[in-house]
Design a protein around this ligand. Structure first.
Ligand code: PLP
Length: 432
């Protein structure tokens, strides 16, 4: 038999598939710096939106208690966690699915629902795993531009520039409003850049081929969120749009990985209401962020039973390991840790906003535990220069922001170290 080139065996979608670029782990940077003979003490990672307070003590105790049992396979359906979480969320246990991170559920959604002739709708600059789920299945990914930055500078004062911007939004963006007339000079951010999902435009992009619409709320990496009113108009559009002759409305996936940080925002939507109303939605949440269990990989989805049943059909057995189940279960009992984590981010955000303003850098106000910062120079370069000082952030080129970085809000001393390092990067740029 003629020897085949391995490429002939590979699915065609895999050739153009772009692998995910994760945040650089501390151990990897340590190795790289050691090889170069560079000594950097106390490397900090502010790159993957983890909770710097770490997991709850209750989770650690649960892990210690259950470590001895890891020679057993886990209970595949996470029964104890399912029961407890269902009670907390006031949903039925059969309305939940658990994944190896919420990330796995995104991929399961693609595998269950997407054929090559189908379309999915995502927002430009949205969390990249939705596009990847579509790409993997060979479906068309329709990308809808974000709403533009709503304020411009005119005659040296900031004015509302888009009809969707409101006074409430101005407050969120921390801009002083002066409804001056006069010619519009420039946007505070690079021209044409938007930061928030345009939900109405996304609803209007639906065609008979649309299978799924992905919404990250808040979005990673912009940190922006869509309000309850915007969500309501989105669902109204979906049901009244001329395409309502579709026999079934497409699936709406609302990814709330940063829910616990954002839910305190006054107009943050309660999306469980749409689930209770019987809509075709899947709400995704995770134990990786505020619960501090990213390394264990556990997230979950909430949806009506018919949807969950199809996802369960292809869920790999034992996808959530026993330690992850125990730690998540114990974490649900630690409301104090959640409160502390929210407070830490609130204070860290205040400090970072102030310092960024002093440095004359634009940032996007965030409802999550990270901030997108405009550097007005190549983000990758800033990333590398910060690495040399032992600070790991994320360059944002693959998200369509080549001149931005994203920084996770850390402990106060980490935030200070980041600002000091950033100052050095800026002064290097000026002195060149
Ligand atoms: C918006 C969003 N969704 C989902 C995830 C995946 O989280 P996990 O797979 O750790 O649950 C992330 C992680 O960064 C995220 O930012």
């Amino acid at each position: 038999m003629k020897k085949k080139d391995i490429k002939e065996l590979v699915r065609k979608e895999v050739f153009s598939f772009q692998p995910y670029i994760p945040g650089k782990p501390i151990a990897e940077l340590e190795r790289e710096l050691r090889q170069k003979g560079v000594k950097v003490k106390n490397i900090i990672k502010l790159a993957s939106n983890e909770n710097p307070l770490g997991p709850s003590k209750k989770a650690i105790s649960a892990l210690e208690r259950s470590a001895k049992n890891i020679y057993f396979y886990p209970e595949s359906s996470c029964p104890e966690l399912r029961k407890k979480l269902a009670k907390k969320l006031q949903v039925k246990p059969e309305n939940l699915i658990f994944g190896n991170g919420s990330d796995e559920i995104i991929e399961l959604i693609g595998k269950v629902f997407l054929n090559p002739e189908d379309e999915i709708i995502v927002s430009e600059h949205a969390f990249i795993r939705y596009q990847m789920a579509g790409d993997l299945m060979g479906s068309k990914v329709v990308t809808v531009p974000m709403t533009p930055y709503p304020f411009v500078i005119a005659n040296s004062s900031l004015v509302i520039a888009t009809p969707t911007a409101s006074l409430c939004e101005a407050k969120r963006w921390g801009v002083a409003i002066s409804l001056g007339t006069g010619s519009v000079k420039q946007s505070r951010f690079s021209k044409g850049v938007g930061f928030t999902h345009d939900l109405v435009a996304m609803a209007q992009a639906v065609t008979p081929k649309t299978k799924a619409i992905f919404i990250a709320n808040p979005n990673n990496p912009t940190g922006t969120y869509n309000t309850a009113d915007e969500m309501e108009s989105f669902f109204n559009h979906l049901t009244t749009y001329p395409l309502n002759h579709l026999s079934t409305m497409p699936l709406v996936i609302i990814d709330e990985a940063y829910y616990e940080y954002a839910k305190g925002e006054k107009d943050y939507p309660d999306t469980l209401k749409y689930f209770r109303g019987g809509k075709n939605i899947i709400i995704l949440r995770t134990f990786s962020k505020i619960y501090g269990l990213a390394g264990l990989r556990i997230g979950y989805g909430i949806a009506k039973k018919e949807i969950i049943d199809f996802l369960e059909r292809i869920r790999p057995p034992f996808n959530v390991n026993s330690l992850a189940q125990e730690a998540a279960l114990a974490s649900l009992d630690d409301g104090e840790q959640i409160k502390k984590s929210i407070q830490l981010v609130k204070e860290g955000k205040k400090y970072l906003y102030q310092e960024l303003k002093k440095l004359g850098l634009n940032y996007v106000p965030s409802a999550a535990n990270f901030i997108l910062i405009e550097m007005k120079k190549e983000g990758k370069k800033v990333f590398t220069e910060l690495l040399e000082q032992g600070v790991i952030v994320r360059a944002m080129e693959e998200y369509g922001f080549p001149e931005y970085i994203r920084v996770t809000i850390g402990l106060p001393e980490e935030n200070r170290k980041f600002i000091q390092a950033l100052k050095k990067v800026i002064s290097i740029a000026i002195s060149r």
